[in-house]
Design a protein around this ligand. Structure first.
Ligand SMILES: [Fe+2]
Ligand SMILES: [Fe+2]
Length: 469
């Protein structure tokens, strides 16, 4: 199915055949653009950015590259092609045909899940609002903007579902998605991590590595949904999401690379000596990792959740890559949990959040292993490590339980005393901020990060990915 770009809202959902829906979305569009103007990337509205835009949802069409001014980006509604005769893959309705409409009895549950997912998309754009001012290179600036426009499109994806399938309630929710703002005291974004400021590029790379990866797992579980339009929407979003995590993984990897170069040059791994050369010492990278990883873990919710059980039972939300499991009904199976009170057996359906979190953690480990390989090859003993999922949790069985980074219980006093050393301190943050200088000369790069191995779409690294006016 190709995408019609002659319409005001590019789409592959035959929007023109549903006049009421088209009008409602065209009514929302200027509000979105106002929001983008105010809350989206600052300063670069006049710049030509080398961005990819989807012109089709297949392998050839989804990434067509060209110079675009961000306010002119064609945000549209794109669903992955339908799977012929698709049936429900899990839960009480296993094997039945998927739904093209939302069953009345599941309406509010579906709406809540779509709104919660939708809320994270503009939230991240708001969090990254000022980052362009301190970009380490034009290549990185372009990647930031690519992520931003795609998060904007993900908002469109959720708003389309709200408008098309949830009537007046859905339209109201779509408005609300533009009125909550990241970090706003009165109307914050729904989920905690999306209210944390991202005021430097180390945080940005941690966010795209850890928090966009939460997005990947949420989208994977919604791609399993019995509600087919939601499934198709999320399948297409996943193709875009991969780049966001690539930005995070290579971003952190390039910082580590630069740090190792400096350590070699000065013949020391002393953090102060590394910092004196304008690079980021490895322990600071570890502390930023501790912060963003633990914050992202909370996004999966409580270990034991009747909501998660009911979403699985009804077919709303499956497990990421549901086909990897043998049992898709899970009424008999149990899951062994480690709680502060000891081992606990719970019904697998009630532990679906924990199942998701466990696959997320496994996925997080892959990049950490790569970063550690770099450190090992450079001949240093230091290793980065994900903290225990019990550490610094705010949600679930381990919420507010004092543990060390390895997850062992410690006293409140010891916790209060040690915590500052495990998380970015005010001094760390001000040091990182001091490194953030805008580098926008083609081919130049800031001193705290190594250049990328290759450019975008086979172009050279030095290519002028953003043309400033
Ligand atoms: Fe997204
Ligand atoms: Fe993303």
């Amino acid at each position: 199915m190709s995408i019609n770009y002659s319409e005001r809202i590019p789409n592959n959902v035959d929007l023109a055949t549903d006049r009421a829906l088209q009008r409602a979305l065209e009514h929302w569009q200027p509000k979105f653009l106002d929001w983008w103007q105010e809350m989206g990337p600052s300063d670069f509205a006049q710049a030509d950015v080398y961005l990819r835009t989807a012109v089709g949802v297949d392998a050839q069409g989804w990434a067509s590259y060209g110079a675009v001014k961000m306010p002119d980006y064609r945000w549209g509604i794109f669903l992955a092609d339908p799977v012929v005769d698709r049936t429900i893959g899990f839960g009480d309705h296993l094997g039945e045909p998927v739904w093209q409409q939302v069953p009345g009895e599941f309406r509010s549950q579906f709406r809540r899940i779509i709104v919660t997912q939708g809320d994270t998309e503009p939230a991240s754009v708001e969090q990254q609002h000022l980052l362009g001012r301190t970009c380490p290179s034009l290549y990185d600036l372009r990647n930031l903007f690519q992520v931003n426009v795609e998060e904007g499109r993900h908002l469109w994806a959720m708003v389309y579902l709200l408008h098309a399938y949830f009537g007046r309630d859905g339209r109201e929710e779509a408005e609300e998605l533009l009125t909550r703002h990241s970090g706003d005291v009165d109307k914050p974004r729904i989920l905690g991590t999306f209210n944390e400021p991202i005021s430097d590029w180390l945080s940005f790379f941690m966010f795209t590595y850890f928090t966009d990866r939460d997005g990947k797992f949420q989208l994977k579980s919604l791609a399993e949904s019995a509600f087919d339009p939601l499934s198709r929407t999320c399948r297409f979003m996943l193709t875009e999401e991969a780049h966001h995590m690539f930005v995070g993984e290579t971003g952190v990897g390039r910082i580590v690379k630069r740090t190792l170069e400096v350590m070699k040059q000065i013949g020391s791994d002393d953090p102060q000596a590394v910092r004196a050369q304008g690079a980021i010492d490895l322990p600071t990278i570890q502390r930023y990792m501790n912060f963003w990883f633990t914050s992202s873990l909370d996004l999966f919710g409580s270990e034991v959740s009747s909501n998660a059980a009911s979403s699985f039972a009804t077919g709303i939300k499956g497990r990421p890559d549901e086909s990897q499991y043998a049992d898709h009904v899970c009424t008999e199976a149990v899951y062994e949990l480690e709680t502060p009170q000891g081992r606990e057996s719970v019904s697998l359906r009630n532990a679906m959040n924990e199942v998701m979190r466990a696959s997320y953690i496994k996925d997080c480990e892959i990049g950490v292993k790569r970063w550690n390989m770099q450190i090992q090859r450079a001949g240093y003993e230091f290793r980065l490590a994900l903290p225990s999922p019990r550490f610094r949790r705010s949600i679930g069985a381990w919420a507010n339980v004092p543990t060390n980074v390895q997850g062992s219980a410690i006293s409140n006093e010891e916790h209060a005393h040690s915590l500052p050393a495990w998380l970015p301190s005010a001094e760390d943050r001000s040091f990182i901020r001091s490194l953030m200088q805008c580098v926008v000369e083609p081919g130049k790069i800031a001193g705290w990060i190594a250049p990328p191995d290759r450019g975008i779409n086979n172009l050279p690294v030095e290519y002028e990915y953003v043309r400033l006016r």
